[in-house]
Design a protein around this ligand. Structure first.
Ligand SMILES: O=P(O)(O)OC[C@H]1O[C@H](OP(=O)(O)OP(=O)(O)O)[C@H](O)[C@@H]1O
Ligand SMILES: NC(=O)CC[C@H](N)C(=O)O
Ligand SMILES: [Mg+2]
Length: 507
């Protein structure tokens, strides 16, 4: 999951995009980028690093204009080279820049098609460059020099026909407007909002509503599955569902871990969904382990805190902040490479001994994925003097790879893959391990919006809703994107190794 943002404003937009990206930083820590548009030219700055490192004052000065898009990246395809930071740019037709959150499942076929049929060259291994070129090719077919909404919708229809997988994207088309769209299943989130100014209405799209809040935009609504929203540079908004067979099937892992709790996704408050996850987990513990001897509930910050709080309440126990988080260390799960992830857990979390000493503690996390966090945290709890260390996960066992925009490509790297709960319990070293049931998790989210009939729960079930993911695909993905393969293909630490084809006045 990456974070995307786009604004068609009435005032300079660079600081707004920057601020929105810092609010979306939890969705991607590897690279950041921005494109603005002013007087017929695009200005781009993108590089590896956090938002605050990528944009220096000298870059901000040059990112002129009242419209712009931005991206924070967490790679799920290609490598972590800065050449694959986003937005991507293509000069024909008109000049288009695009930022993408998600993952195309038919990227390999599309790349071939683009070369053989559309005569377009893809210069990186990023699927986002492919998405941009498919969109550009389809827009090229419009004969008009000044495409109108219907031309853009037609290009959108073709993009939906060709591109499979999970995607939420925003694009700037020079001289035309801003376009944003969400895949036919609405797997990845995308919202649209507006803000009134003395010069008229400004529109903004973003991965999460929290970015709108931070900038004082009002949420209009979520972009619907398969919908394309087009805001022209006069400030008029047009929208149409352009995909066939749409059905909202949002990624449930956004609610578990990815999104910020203060976001609304598809009308579900992430915060409330997490509270309900805690409530359901407490009910399960009462049902199946009524005579438990837990003394205290301890969350593993940050994400699990909301559900741990409600879990403790449900069990009539105290919750104590036994682990303190170093606020200057980012999220460990989305760090590249297992070595870095492993090392970071101890740097990130420190135990307050008195909350553990001679107590039976229930540690609560939102999810256990590779087991990097849980394994070390159980050790830390014991070192801090806990008598018994129990562990609860607000999500069911994560057993299958994700192919829609979360970098979990390799089944064998998932601690619960092919394992029973008892086996995982042993691996992480807990005295008891309790997982949320999938039905309860679904219920916890669905209670926020009964209209959502189905969720993408593939990481728990191995069922891929787009219907195009088979074992051969997963085997190929595993080969290309296991930790070892990634570290060799993405090891472009030396900036001189990266040759940007175009980054005007690159500094
Ligand atoms: O089993 P693992 O592979 O360790 O992955 C799961 C852990 O990673 C995430 O935390 P992270 O540190 O990324 O972010 P947070 O501060 O938002 O909890 C998540 O909240 C779990 O704690
Ligand atoms: N996490 C994402 O959404 C990744 C977007 C895109 N597939 C990339 O790797 O850059
Ligand atoms: Mg965590």
């Amino acid at each position: 999951m990456c974070g995307i943002v786009g604004i068609v404003g009435k005032y300079p937009v660079n600081q707004n995009i920057y601020d929105a990206l810092t609010v979306l930083q939890h969705r991607g820590q590897d690279a950041a980028g921005m494109v603005t548009l002013n007087e017929g030219r695009m200005f781009m700055r993108k590089a590896n690093g956090l938002v605050r490192d990528v944009f220096q004052t000298r870059h901000m000065h040059r990112l002129a204009g009242h419209v712009g898009i931005g991206h924070v990246r967490y790679p799920t395809a290609g490598c972590s080279s800065s050449a694959e930071a986003q937005p991507f740019y293509v000069n024909s037709p008109f000049g288009i820049a695009l930022a993408h959150n998600g993952n195309l499942t038919n990227a390999a076929t599309l790349k071939q098609e683009l070369y053989k049929t559309d005569r377009r060259h893809i210069n990186t291994s990023s699927d986002s460059e492919i998405l941009l070129n498919v969109f550009a090719h389809e827009l090229q077919k419009s004969t008009s020099l000044s495409p109108v909404a219907e031309d853009i919708f037609e290009a959108g229809r073709q993009v939906y026909k060709r591109c499979k997988g999970g995607y939420a994207a925003v694009a700037l088309i020079l001289g035309v407007g801003m376009v944003c769209f969400r895949d036919a299943s609405g797997i990845r989130p995308l919202v649209i909002g507006k803000r009134e100014t003395d010069k008229g209405t400004e529109y903004m799209t973003a991965s999460e509503s929290v970015a709108l809040d931070a900038l004082g935009f009002d949420l209009i609504r979520d972009v619907a599955p398969g919908e394309l929203v087009f805001v022209d540079f006069e400030g008029n908004m047009h929208s149409k569902v352009c995909a066939e067979n749409t059905r909202l099937t949002p990624c449930i892992f956004e609610q578990v871990y990815l999104a910020r709790p203060d976001s609304m996704i598809d009308n579900v408050s992430v915060y409330k969904a997490r509270l309900r996850m805690g409530e359901k987990l407490a009910e399960k513990i009462q049902r199946e382990w009524a005579d438990h001897d837990i003394d205290v509930v301890i969350p593993i910050p940050d994400t699990s805190t909301t559900s741990a709080m409600q879990l403790a309440h449900g069990l009539n126990l105290k919750m104590r902040h036994g682990f303190v988080k170093n606020r200057y260390i980012g999220r460990t799960f989305i760090m590249p490479g297992q070595q870095m992830r492993r090392k970071s857990v101890r740097k990130k979390l420190n135990a307050i001994e008195l909350e553990f000493k001679d107590k039976n503690v229930l540690l609560v996390d939102d999810s256990i994925v590779r087991g990097t966090t849980s394994h070390q945290i159980v050790d830390m709890a014991r070192e801090a003097g806990a008598k018994k260390v129990y562990f609860a996960s607000a999500a069911p066992p994560v057993r299958y790879p994700n192919v829609y925009g979360i970098d979990m490509p390799t089944a064998s790297e998932l601690v619960a893959h092919d394992k029973t709960i008892e086996e995982v319990e042993k691996i992480i070293g807990a005295d008891k391990l309790i997982y949320q049931d999938l039905d309860d998790l679904i219920e916890a989210v669905k209670e926020g919006n009964a209209d959502i009939e189905q969720f993408d729960t593939s990481v728990f079930t191995g069922e891929y809703i787009t219907g195009d993911v088979d074992q051969a695909y997963l085997d190929r993905l595993e080969q290309e994107r296991n930790d070892e393969a990634k570290s060799s293909s993405g090891a472009l630490e030396d900036v001189d190794m990266v040759m940007d084809i175009h980054n005007e006045g690159n500094v």
